[in-house]
Every structure is written in C-alpha cells, then in structure tokens.
Design a protein around this ligand. Structure first.
Ligand code: IVH
Length: 674
C-alpha cells in the first residue's frame, strides 16, 4: 500500500501541473491541453482529495481552479455597489439586529421584515434599460463586476425582456445549480456552489450551456424611477416579469415569528433542490431601508441569519499561539482532522487565555468543535469523561513567539483587565510585523492583488519584504527565480503594486493599522487631516499633542482612539516605518464629495434625543446635506441642535456663551427643508 507521503507527492505533482494549465487557460487564454484532458486531471485531483482528506488541508483544487478573478472578462463598475450581509447566528443576534433598527429609526413599533431563504450560489446583477437586458455582471469585489452576459444568457430563467419596466432597473439574484442536476456532474466539483461559479466563468458560453444553471431573483440595484414601496412589492413584480422568486419568502415581525420561521425552513432544507445556508431578513419598507443606509460593507437594513452550525468531536493534539497584527495572542487548538459540514478542520480557535481557563481546556482533551458559516471553527466544550488521569492543566505561555513577555492591559474605560494577552512590541516583533504587512496589502487597505497572506509569509522568509516600504521596492529579479512565479504573474504583481501607490488619505490611515482605527474612524481622520502633509505633523511630538486635542472635536473619535494614535506615533520605530512608506507613495488629498445641500461647510453638533429620528440618523442626514459633525462645542460650531430628551446642559450653556445658533427639533427639520 502506498503511504501518506507518496500520495502527497503524487497529489502535489498533479497540482503543479493543473496550476500551470489553469494559468495558461485563465490568464493567457492559451490552453495547453484539451478541455477533456484538463477535466480528467481535475477529476483525478478531486478524487484524491475525496479519498485522502488530509490533502485538502494544503490547497484544495476547488478553491483554485477557475476561481481566481480572471482577466478575460471585461470589468464593469456596478452603478450601485453590491454589498454583502452581516451575519446573525442566534436569537440574541436577531434581537440585537431588530433593536438597532428601531433605535436608528427611533421607533418603538415592530418593523416588518421580508424573510427569504439565503441561497448558497453566486450572485449576479442584470441591467435592463427600457425593458431590454443590456448586460449581466458577476459580483466581483462588489464595486467592479465582470461582464458575464453571454454566460448568463444561457440561463432560461433569466428573461431577456421585461414589460412595463422602469427606464433603468438592475435585477439582482442568485445563480445556482439544482441538487439533482449537480448529481450528474458531482465528480468534477466539490459542491453545487463551486460548480455554478465555475460554469459562470467559462470563457465559452457553449460550455456554460452544458450545465443547467438556474436563477432566483431577490433584489434591485439601480432603479429609475423607483416604483416599489416594499420588498414584498418588488418580489411580486419580479414574478410577474417572469423571474423565479423563492416560494418560501414571507413577511415576519416578532422575534417569535423569526424563530419559528427559522426552524421551519431548517426542517425542510434538506428536501429543497438548492442549498440554503440561512435566511436573509430585510426591512420590508424601502423608505426605512433608505433611511437606514449602510456601513462600508453591509446594509443596516438586512442580515443573514445562518442555520445552526455543524458540530463534531475531535482530540486536541497541541495548543499553539498565534500573534495578530495588534499583538493579540490567540491560542489555537491543533486537532485530529475531522470533517465538519463537508470541510476538513484541523485547527480551532480557543479565543484567549481567559477562555482556556474558564473551560479548563487541555492538550489531549476530546472536545466539541463547531463551524458556523465562514467563521473560524471554535472549541465549544470539553468532554471531561474522556479525559485521562495524566492530563495536566494548560499553562498559558506568558511570552510572545518573539520571546518577549506579553501583557494584559487594563481598559481605560471599564478599568477591567483585558481577556486578551498582547505583545506590545509592534514592528519590533517579527510576528506582529508580518501580520501588519498582511493587513497593509489586504482588500480594504492597499488592495494589492497577488500579494496574499501566503506570499507575504514567503517573501518575509526570503527577506524580500520586512517593512511596508519594501513592498514598493521589491527585487523582481529574485522573485523571477522563485517557484510558482512566471513573467505574467510578475508583471501582474508589478502593475498591482504600482496601482496601489496612489492611495486616498483615508485608506492610507486605515492601512497603517493603528489600533482602534478601523475604516469608519479612518474616514473621519482623513476628513480632518485632509492632506498627508498635515497628517505628517503627527510625527512631531509637540505638534501631535496639539492635534490630538483637536481630535476631541470629531464625532466618533474618543479617548481610546486618541490614546492609541498617540501611542502609535510616540514610538520612533513606527514613525520611521510610516515615514519611509509615505516617501514612496502618492497619497491623494481627502476629497469629500459634498452633495449640494443647505448645510455645506456648516459644523453641527447634536445633544439630547429627538422624537422623530435617532441621533445616528440625524447625523447621517446632516452629513448627507454636506455638514460636518463636531463632538465638542467650540467657536467653529454653526448649530447646536438640542433634542427634547436629556440634552447636556453644559453644552447648551457653552454654546450660549459663544453665541452659537441653537435649534430645537422642529427648527432642525426646517433647516433640512423637511
Ligand atoms: S440580499 C445588500 N437576498 O447572500 C444585500 N442575498 O452576503 C444583498 N444571497 O451576496 C443581498 N440569497 O449572494 C440577498 N434572498 C437573498 C439572498 C442573498 C442569497 C446571497 C448573495 C449575497 C450574499 C450575502
């Protein structure tokens, strides 16, 4: 019998081959072998993965072939971004979702939600102008999609024409393969979702045609004029236009209805002809949806309530620690590989030191593992009855992987000791530094395609990238000699790096990874500093102290953020690293596209609660009308809007003293012309 090593070798050789063929096919449009031979090789690899699950732990063929964004389709900007959804995993998450919506809309009445099965397929956006299908796009990165019209046209459930439609309407929905249809091609793909994705990205639509794809319509992108009042309205109309909408959609309100609906769909799930991985709940009223708006990634008016996760049991072989980009030490359990919901799991997170102590998790323990959606598998509980006598309590390492002691901080607000242990050496710790680099190149930061986590690990080990500026001074001659790199991939990487040199100030601020400065805060800071020159004043101790004082004026920036910024820039190593990075970049000045509004160039502050809207909505509205929101009363303030419910007297007094315009709720609406 051949052993694991030999199997692994055979697998790696085949993998290498398919990577080469795949690249030739997708990147260069020059197939080196026939489709049949390619399919055969892919089938062999999948068969190997299926019979030897340990192989998948490295690189699964299904994650690779054809899934890489290919250059062969034209990229088209979505006229309205295709956002993704936040997740809920239990009743509490749903209660929280409902509460947030009610708070935002400042209402105590129950909000109607449209409940729709979440189809596990590939989303697409279809643009109709004057009722005619103009083009169809894949989601891509949500901002740019790929023009896959030809392939979408092979789907009989997509109407080519719709009657009495608005002038422009983009219909969004999910492309999928029925479970029965998948059965006949199951040797070629790991699951129906991969099959749908692969089929949609075929360069020849005759190939797509061979696989019966289907389409569920569930939403709209751009629409002119808006003719719908509710999501329910929209779904009804979509059906009249000839789209297929899911028959299990309904309106729900209370948390009880949400829960019973959830179990109902979960019960019938296995009998449906398509994969469903949860339920999407959307605020039914489009007016409310508009008011709620979205955060950078997902709408506030919708959520995906995932089905209960899949659980399994396995043994902890070892507990290791990982270091994150903020120096956070995360313990990870290395477990005997176990299949959880179709995926082989060999690592599970233990969260932090407190969690290990609380659950008394030890090496050698048999534990219950849970995997929910795309989140990292976690250890739920220990099966104490299976513990051996010789088992010893796990002593959490007090040192980072770099060898230096770690610390548990005391929160300045709650005065409690943090549950997380951290290495506080920042860029001085090689392990933290490497993670910081991974953050810098990530999608929401510099977004450098081709510089993924694995490549950073590899380039770090080879001493090619050790600090952010190194990314922009890469020695490509060296890379050319590395395994897996060819002329084309190097050219692509060069282009991606060059492109990323032009970066907006907010993105840059987010990228450098100051703790507590996420995308939203980075935007606020970008608007404050406006230019990289002004931002550079943070490097100078004296100037920094002054700037930090002014930051208190910004709504959303508080003590925690200001301390963190100070802490970051007071470390000479950080300053020198960021300075070198800035010297190779072209940082674009902040430009906020103010909508033409009554409040352009006006500074506003809110105090107290309002009757007709929440403070969050009031702020969002003010910004939409071009205003800037301040956090403290100063001479710069143009209006202090005072709500009836518990306004701060100190703020009102100070505003009066400075002769600032005070507005009550009614006057505030007048200002907005509402
Ligand atoms: S609405 C902004 N409705 O789930 C909201 N999505 O992460 C856009 N999906 O990318 C999505 N069924 O591919 C919506 N009934 C449904 C859905 C659905 C499946 C997918 C879609 C989206 C992902 C959310």
């Amino acid at each position: 019998m051949i052993n694991k090593n030999q199997i692994s070798k055979i697998y790696q050789e085949k993998l290498k081959k398919i990577k080469k063929f795949n690249k030739a096919y997708f990147d260069m449009d020059k197939p080196l072998i026939s489709d049949h031979e390619f399919d055969e090789l892919k089938r062999e690899l999948i068969e190997l993965e299926k019979t030897h699950p340990f192989l998948k732990l490295n690189t699964s063929i299904n994650n690779m072939v054809g899934s890489k964004p290919s250059t062969k389709f034209e990229k088209v900007k979505h006229s309205k971004q295709m956002l993704s959804l936040g997740n809920a995993f239990n009743k509490e998450d749903m209660i929280d979702f409902k509460k947030k919506i009610k708070n935002f809309l400042n209402t105590s009445s129950e909000i109607e939600l449209s409940s729709e099965p979440k189809i596990d397929g590939i989303s697409a956006s279809l643009r109709y102008e004057d009722g005619k299908l103009i083009y169809g796009l894949s989601r891509g990165d949500g901002i740019f999609g790929e023009n896959i019209t030809e392939n979408l046209l092979t789907i009989s459930e997509i109407p080519k024409k719709i009657i009495s439609a608005p002038k422009v309407i983009e219909i969004r929905g999910e492309v999928y393969i029925g479970k029965k249809d998948f059965h006949s091609i199951k040797d070629k793909f790991a699951n129906p979702r991969n099959a749908a994705g692969g089929s949609l990205r075929q360069k020849d639509s005759n190939e797509t045609k061979k696989i019966p794809l289907k389409f569920f319509a569930y939403g709209v992108g751009e629409i002119r004029p808006q003719i719908f009042k509710t999501q329910k309205n929209l779904l009804e109309k979509l059906k009249l236009w000839g789209f297929v909408t899911n028959t299990h959609c309904k309106i729900v309100k209370s948390i009880q209805e949400i829960e019973s609906n959830h179990s109902e769909i979960e019960n019938i799930r296995s009998g449906l002809d398509y994969d469903v991985d949860g339920i999407v709940y959307k605020v039914n009223d489009f007016n409310f949806q508009k008011r709620l708006g979205s955060t950078s990634h997902s709408p506030r008016w919708a959520i995906a309530y995932k089905f209960s996760s899949v659980k399994a049991s396995s043994k902890i072989k070892e507990i290791i620690i990982q270091v994150g980009r903020t120096g956070a030490i995360t313990p990870v359990a290395k477990i005997d590989p176990v299949t959880v919901g179709g995926v082989v799991v060999s690592n599970a997170t233990l969260h932090n030191e407190d969690e290990i102590n609380r659950k008394d998790i030890r090496v050698g323990d048999v534990v219950n593992i849970q995997r929910a959606g795309d989140v990292i598998p976690q250890v739920l509980s220990v099966n104490i009855s299976k513990r051996t006598k010789s088992s010893k309590k796990f002593i959490f390492p007090k040192k980072c992987l770099c060898g230096f002691p770690t610390k548990k901080e005391i929160s300045s607000t709650t005065k409690k000791t943090d549950a997380v242990r951290r290495c506080i050496r920042g860029y001085d710790c090689n392990f933290t530094a490497k993670e910081k680099l991974k953050h810098i190149v990530s999608k929401d930061a510099f977004d450098i395609e081709g510089l993924g986590k694995k490549v950073i690990d590899n380039f770090w080990d080879l001493n090619l990238i050790r600090s952010p500026a190194d990314i922009f001074k890469l020695n490509f001659d060296k890379i050319e000699n590395l395994d897996g790199w060819g002329k084309l991939s190097i050219q692509n990487l060069k282009n991606a790096i060059n492109k990323s040199k032009n970066i907006s100030l907010n993105r840059f601020v987010y990228s450098i990874g100051i703790r507590h400065i996420g995308q939203e805060n980075a935007k606020i800071l970008g608007a404050f500093f406006k230019t990289d020159k002004k931002f550079s004043e943070l490097f100078e101790n004296k100037k920094r102290k002054n700037i930090l004082k002014n930051l208190y004026d910004l709504d959303g920036i508080g003590d925690t953020q200001i301390r963190s910024i100070d802490d970051f820039f007071s470390k000479p190593k950080n300053s020198s690293i960021i300075k070198s990075l800035m010297s190779v970049l072209n940082i674009e000045n902040f430009k906020k596209i103010y909508k033409e509004g009554e409040l352009s160039n006006k500074n506003i502050m809110f105090t107290g609660g309002f009757e007709k809207m929440s403070r969050s909505e009031a702020k969002a509205l003010a910004e939409e009308h071009g205003a800037k929101i301040l956090g403290t009363v100063s001479k710069k303030l143009n209006y202090l809007v005072v709500g009836n419910s518990k306004p701060t007297k100190k703020k009102i007094d100070k505003a009066k003293e400075l002769k600032i315009n005070l507005l009550n709720e009614d006057k505030w609406y007048e200002l907005l012309n509402r």
